[in-house]
Structures are given as C-alpha cells and as structure tokens.
Design a protein around this ligand. Structure first.
Ligand SMILES: Nc1nc2c(ncn2[C@@H]2O[C@H](COP(=O)(O)OP(=O)(O)OP(=O)(O)O)[C@@H](O)[C@H]2O)c(=O)[nH]1
Ligand SMILES: O=C(O)[C@H](O)COP(=O)(O)O
Length: 253
C-alpha cells in the first residue's frame, strides 16, 4: 500500500485557528502535527512508499528526516486539495502500471493517529476488498462529515470533493462509479485539529504517548496554558451572562 500526505504551505495551514494563534504558532503547530503523523506512517510495515505532496521547504526537510518521499505540488500545475490529490493518484497509477495499487490519503492534522487505528483501517479495507477487487474506505471526523483518511484504488478514479460534507460526497461518488464503500469512525483519526475546540479537546486528553510532538509544542510555547486560561475566562463570562439573565427573569416574575 502507498501513503499520500498532501501538505499545504505551512504558513497557509490551519486558517481556522487564526483567531487563537499567530501565523508562526499556526505554522509551528502544523509542523508538529505532521511530525506526529510521520512518526507513525514512516515506520508502519504495510506502507511500501510514503509520499508527501508539497512545495514547502519544511516538507522537504521532514521527508529527508523521516526517510519518505516528497513530490512537488507545483509539478502537477493544479490548485486545491482535491485536484492535487487526483493528480498524485494518477501519477501513482502511471508509475505502478498493471499492479493492484491501494493508496491511503492521510491529512497532516491528525496528531492522534496511531498504529492500532492504522491497522484497523487496513484490515477493514482488506475485508471490503474481499468482495471485489476495488473499494473505498473513508475514515471520517468526529462530526461524521469530513474525509480524514481515504483508502482508494487509483485505477478507479473518483471525482474527489474535499471540503464541506466530503464524507457523504465521496460515498456517493463511489456508488456512482460502482465500487463498494464503507465509512469508519475511529477516535484518534476522527479527531482532526481544525478549531480551538479541537485543540482544547486534545489538551484535555490524558498523555498516553501519542501526539507527542504536538503536545510538547503546545506546552513549551505556552499556547496550552493560554488557551486553557482563555477557555476558563470564556466560561466565567458565559456563567455571569447566564446568571444575569436568570436573575432578570426571576425579577420579572
Ligand atoms: N498539497 C496540498 N495540500 C493541501 C491543500 N489544501 C489542503 N491541503 C492539506 O490537506 C489536509 C486537510 O486540509 P484542510 O483541512 O483543507 O486545510 P487546513 O490547512 O488543515 O485548515 P484550514 O486552513 O483551517 O482550512 C492538510 O494536510 C492540508 O495541509 C493544497 O492545496 N495542497
Ligand atoms: O474534506 C475534508 O475532510 C476536508 O477538506 C479536510 O479535512 P478538515 O478540513 O476536516 O481538516
């Protein structure tokens, strides 16, 4: 099996965290999350090739450090996640002509990715393939809307639709081209980091040896403490607002 990790320019990553983190903090956070993903992917025995797709020099350095490949995104001359992944899947198909290829497309913002969940995804995908020789597995997010991981067959290309409700759209697309599809839910892979709430959830988890780079980054930079304080202040504000409105209701009785 191949693994494909599309990585945006690191300074552009995690825009949805702009309200909580500075540009350099977002960049550092994304770098740490990619390290957590690569720590697991780069040594997993079921991946014959792990390929990053990115033009960011930091991705090139990470590829060297973790001994994986890095393909230039510019060389594909397309823009946007779906188009970049489509082009990279076509390249894999053209390299490994005539082989039964399976590709796992993994996102960089999954610091809780771990070996046991990867094993589960691979095993479940193999079971799906037992009924035929092609199929699509989607590991969705905790809201059951995104496609945090796709396991697909580059010989049966899909019209990829990353973005809002991509899980349902990818499932529908598999139906359209006539291949079986399954949606999997796993707690670690399902917990991608898009929002401040996602960061707070990550920080609230007991430390169990996963997400090590990300948690170390968040604690060493003081971001963890800042976010937790902001959260407590927001809770206090919400409590005061709630009490005031309850009191005014009571006064009008
Ligand atoms: N190579 C490449 N990777 C991309 C592109 N867009 C998104 N990605 C990657 O795809 C994965 C999911 O990205 P998104 O959730 O769309 O974007 P994000 O940067 O994580 O978050 P936002 O900026 O808040 O939307 C991450 O690993 C991104 O780095 C792109 O245009 N090119
Ligand atoms: O379709 C998707 O899953 C998104 O484009 C990428 O995932 P995220 O925005 O939930 O990180």
């Amino acid at each position: 099996m191949w693994a494909l990790l599309p990585l945006k320019d690191f300074v552009q990553a995690k825009q949805r965290l702009s309200g909580s983190l500075t540009v350099s903090e977002r960049r550092g956070l994304f770098h740490a999350m990619v390290e957590d993903v690569l720590t697991v992917m780069s040594v997993h025995p079921d991946f014959e090739r792990v390929v990053l797709v990115s033009d960011d020099p930091a991705a090139q350095l990470l590829a060297e450090h973790y001994r994986v490949e890095c393909w230039s995104e510019r060389s594909f001359a397309v823009r946007g996640l779906s188009a970049v992944v489509t082009a990279a899947l076509a390249k894999i198909q053209s390299i490994a002509v005539g082989e039964q290829n399976t590709v796992m497309v993994v996102h960089g913002d999954l610091p809780l990715l771990c070996n046991s969940e990867l094993d589960t995804v691979i095993r479940q995908h193999q079971q799906l393939l037992a009924a035929g020789n092609s199929g699509l597995s989607i590991v969705t997010d905790r809201h059951q809307r995104g496609s945090n991981i796709l396991v697909c067959d580059p010989a049966r290309p899909l019209n990829l639709a990353y973005g809002a409700d991509s899980c349902a759209l990818h499932r529908e697309e598999a139906r359209r081209i006539g291949i079986p599809a399954q949606v999997l839910q796993l707690p670690g892979i399902g917990q991608d980091i898009d929002t401040r709430e996602d960061l707070l959830r990550l920080l609230a988890l007991p430390r169990t040896g996963v997400a090590t780079h990300t948690l170390t980054f968040l604690h060493d930079t003081g971001i963890a403490q800042r976010l937790n304080t902001m959260n407590t202040e927001a809770n206090v504000d919400a409590l005061i607002a709630h009490t005031e409105s309850a009191l005014s209701e009571w006064n009008t009785l």
